[in-house]
Design a protein around this ligand. Structure first.
Ligand code: ADP
Ligand code: ZN
Length: 715
């Protein structure tokens, strides 16, 4: 036991508060003198103020919006040491380096560091000379560590990437979940040590989970910054074979470029880039291209030599191009998070930009296939589980004994291990794990499916698109505001999505719906359909479209609701009349617009002439594929360069050694396809590393540094 200090004494000893008042002037001064920033960004000041006052807070703001400052400045203002808990070593190192370069006193404790450094960090912490102490969450499990920290009163506790706490978050970390049980000790008896949870992504469910798990006390919630005022979102149903032609026609207009097109497969990306490059400097960008080609595409796009890039992966992370006018999704994305991030690359210069999401039933089937592959049937896991015993068995032997293919088996074993059903020991052998893996696994795979269902619901919704996205990210207050420019808010302004006036029959149907709703608080879609005899005879989509038209005309309102059945949450919608709807009588002219596919000017197949923006018909042949040139060097798929081959060799060697050292099968260090992707992409920093398929936060943390060295990063 170390000496007993009074925490108050310690607090005033070193690192006194850098400002005595939390008034605007004091904070602005601190912002300038320490961080060198002229002014707060929107919301930063309010967040800082709440933290300085000692309030718990939940901060959900997009990446790059300046969340770090929201715990750093309050930490300095409050004085003492701020404890920063971060699940990702790479990001922790990055932040610590930034703070150090500002002249602040910072220490880190994580598994990647020398023991002596960790000891020194503790000494420095105890004698009060640290302003920031960064730790990895698992550190809290080390006996005595929490007690050591509790000897001093902390300035605040910041929890980065807080969504990892929630098993509903997309990156759940079991180690993070037990944070909550240590917080009371760290906050001390007096309370008043605020807990700040920060994340760029938390749906309302995740938010509630974070708050509950951390035992936050009446937290202030700051959920901001997801609305983008200069983005007009358009969602349009387009059959797959028509997409390429439409995209070519759309982007033939120079005012719609530069543009990024997100494709669903490498093949589609190559093909689209090829079709586009008939008229427009365009190239593909995907994980199958080697690092040089990708670098070249990126640089050319940045320099405006290329005007369109067709990408399959998170293209745009490495570039800083502010004038992207159009982002097109040539198929459905897997999650709304990903979708939002991708459309967010448009219009960074704040000028009006447009995004198009193309979808059809076929996209759903593609995703079903992908989900089935990434989340194998529980059956497969059970099969392996049943073969396990308390006696260790070699992976190869188990694999041989199963009736699964190698990849199939590895995928299933990997999932079984993640969810505790199998243990892989240091001899590379597998033993029987816990029996409760099934529940955890089904929660996870269900969660993935739900994420995609949310994308589907987004495409079908008749709500303002931007409002729906903002709401998805948890900014419920801002979600009800209509953007005025998406295909729902402004159907007449839609570029691709075609709307027409209703027929006489449709007008009568709408009148019938109004009468059915009149006097009722609300009715469900299903209820309405059964009640109206003509509705039962029409397709569900057609009925939905009728409601969509009424919603756009502001005759009805739709509220999302849900009920529980057999433990499953089932969403449904409540339809009710608006004031305008109530005033509809038999003779009222109805301002209705019915969705009707794609505007002809673009859908007129590939051979149709393209109109320029003034409506003039462009020269014949424009937009056709008659004289398609050979693949340009940029778009051709490239096999591994000698450098990449050499790197693949080095990675394989390292993997073998690492697997041996850890006593694990090699695939658990890196899967073959991950290794190949690394060799091709050759990531230069932790962020690039994380874009590689198969490298998640845990892998990056464990092996990231070694892999980056092998890839030659920082040389
Ligand atoms: P986040 O954690 O939300 O992803 P960061 O905290 O890393 O974002 O901030 C993103 C960038 O914005 C950083 O380069 C940071 O220095 C800068 N930044 C933050 N606040 C301000 C400010 N008030 N004025 C200017 N730049 C800022
Ligand atoms: Zn809108």
């Amino acid at each position: 036991m170390g000496p007993k200090y009074s925490s108050l004494y310690l607090r005033s000893q070193v690192s006194p508060p850098l400002t005595t008042s939390a008034n605007s002037e004091g904070l602005a001064k601190l912002l300038q003198s320490v961080f060198g920033f002229a002014a707060f960004r929107v919301n930063q000041e309010a967040v800082c103020r709440a933290a300085i006052e000692g309030r718990d807070l939940l901060l959900v703001m997009p990446t790059g919006s300046g969340k770090s400052l929201c715990y750093q400045l309050p930490a300095l203002a409050r004085g003492g040491t701020a404890l920063v808990i971060s699940p990702l070593i790479a990001l922790m190192d990055d932040q610590a380096a930034k703070l150090t370069s500002l002249g602040l006193k910072v220490a880190r404790i994580h598994s990647g560091l020398d023991r002596a450094l960790a000891r020194q960090a503790c000494v420095d912490y105890l004698n009060g000379s640290l302003q920031f102490l960064f730790i990895a969450p698992e550190r809290l499990r080390v006996p005595g560590f929490v007690e050591m920290l509790a000897k001093r009163k902390l300035a605040l506790i910041a929890i980065d990437e807080a969504h990892c706490i929630s098993q509903w978050g997309h990156d759940f970390r079991p180690d993070y979940r037990m944070l909550g049980q240590h917080l009371p000790a760290l906050r001390g008896g007096e309370g008043n040590v605020p807990v700040l949870a920060l994340t760029a992504t938390a749906t309302p469910t995740v938010q509630a989970d974070i708050i509950a798990q951390l035992g936050m006390v009446e937290p202030a919630r700051f959920i901001h910054g997801f609305r983008r005022d200069n983005l007009a979102i358009e969602v349009v149903e387009v059959p797959v074979p028509m997409r390429s032609g439409i995209i070519c026609n759309l982007l033939a207009d120079a005012a719609r470029r530069p543009a990024i097109v997100y494709a669903q497969s490498r093949k589609q990306a190559e093909k689209l880039a090829e079709d586009l490059s008939v008229k427009i400097p365009a190239a593909a960008y995907h994980a199958g291209l080697d690092a040089e080609t990708r670098e070249r595409v990126q640089t050319a796009f940045q320099a405006s030599e290329l005007e369109v890039v067709v990408a399959t992966i998170a293209f745009g992370m490495g570039i800083d191009k502010a004038d992207i006018r159009t982002v097109i999704h040539a198929g459905l994305p897997a999650t709304l998070e990903g979708y939002y991030q991708e459309i967010g690359r448009a219009g960074r210069d704040d000028k009006p930009s447009r995004t198009y999401l193309m979808h059809s039933y076929a996209d759903q089937r593609t995703h079903d296939f992908l989900l089935g592959r990434d989340y194998p049937p529980t059956d497969h896991l059970s099969q392996i589980y049943r073969a396990l015993t308390a006696e260790p068995q070699a992976v190869e032997q188990l694999r041989g004994g199963s009736r699964m293919g190698e990849e199939e088996f590895d995928k299933a074993l990997e999932k079984l291990q993640i969810h505790g059903g199998a243990r892989v020991d240091f001899g590379g052998n597998v033993t029987l794990g816990r029996s409760d893996w099934k529940k955890a696994y089904s929660i996870q795979s269900l969660y993935r499916r739900e994420q995609f269902d949310k994308v589907l619901r987004f495409t079908r919704s008749h709500e303002c698109r931007m409002g729906a996205l903002v709401g998805h990210f948890g900014d419920v207050a801002d979600a009800s505001l209509n953007c005025g420019q998406c295909d729902v808010c402004d159907p007449a302004g839609a570029v691709l999505r075609l709307f027409r006036r209703p027929t006489a029959g449709e007008r009568t149907w709408v009148q019938d719906v109004v009468e059915a709703l009149r006097g009722a608080a609300y009715k469900t879609v299903k209820g309405l359909r059964t009640e109206l005899d003509w509705a039962e005879g029409m397709g569900r989509d057609q009925f939905e479209e009728l409601l969509g038209a009424m919603l756009r005309a502001e005759l009805i309102e739709v509220a999302d609701a849900e009920f529980e059945k057999d433990g499953k949450v089932i969403p449904y919608r409540k339809i009710s009349l608006t004031d305008a709807g109530l005033h509809v009588r038999a003779a009222t002219p109805l301002p209705l617009l019915i969705s009707d596919g794609v505007v002809e000017e673009f859908s007129g197949a590939v051979a149709a002439p393209v109109r320029d923006r003034k409506g003039k018909v462009a020269a014949p042949g424009k937009g056709t594929h008659e004289s398609r040139p050979r693949k340009s060097a940029d778009t051709a798929a490239v096999s591994l360069t000698p450098e990449s081959q050499a790197l693949a060799g080095r990675l394989r060697e390292w993997r073998a050694a690492e697997a041996k050292r850890l006593g694990l099968p090699a695939y658990m260090v890196l899967q073959d396809k991950t290794l190949a992707a690394l060799a091709q992409v050759r990531p230069g920093n932790p962020r690039q590393l994380l874009t590689i398929d198969g490298i998640g936060a845990a892998k990056a943390e464990r092996f990231g540094a070694a892999i980056l060295v092998l890839c030659g990063a920082g040389q």
